[in-house]
Design a binder for this molecule. Structure first.
Ligand code: F6R
Length: 241
């Protein structure tokens, strides 16, 4: 595991450079994406590199981590909508090659088909992750089993309250989500996790320096052969680097 400390702008540039290198090597790479506020600077940088003619996503296939159950893809709080508006609509990616778990069909067949589609595409070359203040990755929360593939989770009251600001009322916040499991994420050949802000410092310390323990889902990444944590000073402030 590598830990790199930089400014948020520097992290976006360094992470984007990794995409550029992978795409130069393999124009039809399979990329795993995340939503949330953390990757937004990176996505803006990827759009900038595309507009500058430095990278192309023409032959790329993408898979996202998660989606709320019950939201139409066009709902402005769906993760599909987030990806379309913050990245996909601004680059030369073929929409047919983008995958976000369905929040509408959560049958066992649909969940298994998501992991099967990743495998059929050849597996992910790179997956980007954020991290929750409690160490969650995707919607895999502390204490959840770590050998899971794509599955449905019930959202905690706390998660629903935190997300209520994006909806008209807490009653509109979905109660469940579909998420790639830790095992599906660990299959990616390369993983980048970005953490910004002091609120993430405890989670980063547990993930990087704590034991591998389901109590901090991100700590499982220590077992991955090629993972880089990009942290700003706040997020890295509790590390004994
Ligand atoms: C997003 C996701 C979440 C976020 C995490 C951090 O697809 O799965 O695990 O990465 O909650 O969120 P932000 O970046 O908003 O702090």
């Amino acid at each position: 595991m590598k830990v790199i400390v930089d400014t948020p702008e520097g992290i976006a540039k360094q992470a984007a450079a990794i995409y550029k290198e992978i795409l130069a090597d393999k124009p039809n790479a399979v990329l795993g994406f995340a939503t949330g506020s953390t990757p937004l600077d990176l996505y803006a940088e990827l759009i900038r590199l595309y507009e500058a003619g430095e990278i192309s996503f023409k032959d790329v296939t993408t898979f996202n981590l998660d989606e709320y159950v019950g939201l139409e893809p066009t709902h402005d709080q769906s993760y599909r909508y987030f990806m379309d508006t913050n990245l996909f609509n601004h680059i030369d990616l073929d929409p047919a090659n983008t995958h976000v778990p369905s929040g509408l069909d959560t049958s066992d067949e649909a969940l298994a088909a998501y992991d099967a589609a990743i495998e059929a595409a050849g597996g992910e070359d790179l997956h980007i992750l954020g991290i929750g203040v409690n160490g969650h990755i995707a919607f895999n929360k502390p204490g959840d089993p770590i050998d899971t593939m794509t599955h449905v989770v019930e959202l905690t009251q706390n998660t629903r309250e935190v997300n209520a600001r994006f909806f008209d009322s807490i009653d509109d916040v979905p109660t469940h989500a579909v998420t790639m499991g830790i095992k599906s994420i660990m299959h990616a050949r390369k993983i980048i996790l970005i953490a910004l802000g002091e609120a993430k410092a405890d989670a980063i310390k547990a993930a990087v320096e704590g034991p591998v323990d389901p109590a901090c889902p991100a700590s499982v990444l220590q077992l991955h052969p090629d993972v880089t944590f990009f942290c700003d000073e706040g997020a890295a402030s509790k590390l004994s680097l």
